[in-house]
Design a protein around this ligand. Structure first.
Ligand code: GLY
Length: 572
């Protein structure tokens, strides 16, 4: 086995009162490891204790699906800003038998939702209501998604939820960035809750404080003991509906009871001999990733070099066109007709690029543009095992801490995913993305997403497992990470950590991440682009799978957790 490479810093708390964690890596004393090279299994996620929970499950004999379930549940405890049981997500898996699966556990609009529910009597949108508090929440899908994943897992659910229960009940120490995040969200927590969420205390949080979540532990125990019904029926459902009644929420017992995760047909396309497996609607991510990869395929971007003015301009113009299509054509396929086949056809994409002029900025229709808000809290995990399974999961509450409303007595945050609908045609959502009737609110409909969990196959075996949070920047970050590896031959670490840039049609701006080349920035301005610098784009978790040149052709996993957060890669 290869030796893990530690790029880490350490917390100072030295106490191990919890079983199931090695002495040197406990909930009270852990390190953040950014990269690992190993051969049996790997997990990269937004938090070291969640990655560790996943790897412990692999060591116990679980496969990548088991580990993905355990990691998601642990994230719901240790990364409450986005890890969740009150939100939703998507899972893409390549199974060792060659099958590819896509699970959709996206939230749904409650039955009492209606098209204009966030408009006032004059027809003006009230985005406060679609983004904060009880009315912003869609019917959660995550727990249904975990149980829809179970047929592909090996271990009992009780084993997979055990680390999460322990972390919630016995507590864990928080990182510096988590402490800062709780402190800045305190006003919102106080405003949108009548109870006392575990995330609020009188004095400011600091690195090394311990967070206990007893109510959440009890909810997780009900799910352990009763399965999906432990969330969608009985005590937890009652607590959710009671919480709804404390404000203007509309999720009902019937909404919860009827929620189902859906298995969908993966998007599966060829890129220069690689097979790319990604998420279909109701995520826009897979479709626009396919569009972008196809628009770039014949343009020899590799020869243009990484972040040269030519390669950045090409990618920018490709992103502009893909995001314009996102706004105009995409919505929940169970409700609206989407011309997916045409959108990814060669003829259509060639036509899309016919007005591309190298060296000259294109232009977007200037109708209603919004601003990019970088506090997008979704989270991604990538998992591989030694059996040949690979799992890529992106899950979300939408904004940081979702609606900011915790279900009193149940200890978990509700999403604010209703804002991912187009509350009014042309009005930008919290990501500045616009939409039209296709993504209008309707009872039981799933809101359009950008989440893009993706697996790249080489010779029909997993080669890259990738994904990221970042709202509308998600497809961009996945696209640029793939181009970095497949076209610029970058190491996994560089592919993840080099600065990114983003264009989403409206607003007609190129967003450049901190650290982006000044020379290329100036060249873009000369071409006629409006550029805006932003602190961060994405938090990518990438695993590259190589083969060790040995007789057994043993696998080598290179797992990289993005340097932009507390993200950590674990493996063995
Ligand atoms: N809430 C972010 C997304 O689904 O794209």
């Amino acid at each position: 086995m290869l030796t893990p490479r530690f790029v880490s810093f350490s917390f100072f708390i030295l106490f191990s009162g919890v079983t199931g964690f090695a002495q040197q890596h406990t909930p009270y004393n852990y390190t953040i490891q950014k990269e690992i090279t190993c051969s049996k299994g790997a997990v990269a996620s937004a938090h070291p204790l969640a990655s560790k929970a996943g790897v412990d499950i692999l060591k116990k004999g679980g496969n990548a699906v088991d580990a993905a379930i355990a990691t998601q549940l642990a994230l719901a405890v240790v990364y409450p800003g986005a890890g969740n049981i009150g939100g939703g997500g998507f899972l893409i898996a390549h199974l060792k038998n060659g099958r590819n699966i896509a699970l959709d556990y996206r939230e749904k609009a409650p039955k009492a939702a209606s098209r204009d529910m966030y408009l006032d009597s004059a027809g003006n949108p009230n985005l406060d209501k679609s983004q904060y508090g009880h009315l912003a929440a869609g019917v959660p899908g995550t727990v249904a998604g975990l149980f829809a994943s179970m047929p592909y897992a090996k271990l009992p659910f009780a084993d997979l939820v055990a680390p999460a229960i322990e972390l919630a009940e016995k507590g864990f120490v928080i990182t510096k960035s988590q402490a800062a995040s709780f402190n800045s969200a305190k006003t919102d927590f106080l405003k949108y809750n009548t109870g006392s969420p575990a995330f609020v205390k009188d004095s400011p949080w600091k690195e090394g404080d311990t967070l206990f979540q007893k109510d959440l532990a009890n909810t997780l125990k009900r799910i352990r003991d009763l399965g999906q019904k432990g969330f969608y029926e009985g005590e937890t459902a009652r607590l959710i509906v009671e919480e709804m009644k404390r404000s203007n929420g509309i999720i009902s017992l019937e909404d919860l009871k009827e929620y189902r995760a859906v298995e969908r047909k993966v998007i599966d396309f060829d890129y220069k001999g690689y097979r790319i497996i990604t998420m279909p609607l109701p995520s826009s991510g897979g479709i626009i990733l396919e569009q972008m990869m196809k628009m770039i395929e014949k343009r020899n971007i590799g020869a243009m070099k990484f972040q040269s003015p030519a390669s950045v301009q090409l990618i920018t113009e490709i992103e502009r066109r893909a995001y314009a299509d996102r706004a105009n054509f995409l919505g929940d396929p169970d409700f609206v007709k989407v011309p997916v086949k045409t959108m990814v056809s060669e003829v259509y994409l060639r036509e899309r690029m016919h007005d591309f002029v190298p060296g000259k900025a294109g232009s977007s229709d200037s109708t209603k543009a919004g601003l990019i808000d970088e506090s997008k809290e979704t989270t991604h995990l990538s998992v591989t095992d030694s059996e040949g399974n690979a799992v890529s999961v992106t899950t979300t509450l939408n904004g940081g801490y979702g609606s900011k409303t915790v279900v009193s007595g149940a200890g978990f945050l509700l999403n604010n995913e209703m804002d991912d609908f187009s509350v009014k045609p042309g009005v930008p959502n919290m990501y500045g993305a616009v939409g039209n009737e296709k993504n209008a609110i309707a009872p039981g409909k799933r809101m359009l997403s950008s989440m893009t969990p993706t697996i790249v196959l080489k010779n029909n075996a997993p080669y890259l497992v990738v994904g990221t949070p970042g709202g509308t920047t998600i497809p961009t970050s996945v696209f640029q990470t793939l181009v970095n590896v497949l076209e610029f031959n970058m190491s996994p670490s560089d592919a993840v950590n080099k600065p990114k840039f983003h264009h989403q049609w409206l607003p007609d701006q190129v967003y450049l991440e901190k650290g982006f080349s000044e020379t290329t920035k100036n060249a873009l301005i000369k071409m006629g682009y409006k550029v805006t610098e932003i602190p961060q784009i994405g938090r990518v978790e990438l695993i590259r799978i190589g083969l060790k040149p040995s007789k057994k052709m043993e696998k080598i996993f290179s797992a990289v957790a993005d340097h932009r957060g507390d993200d950590a890669a674990e493996g063995y």
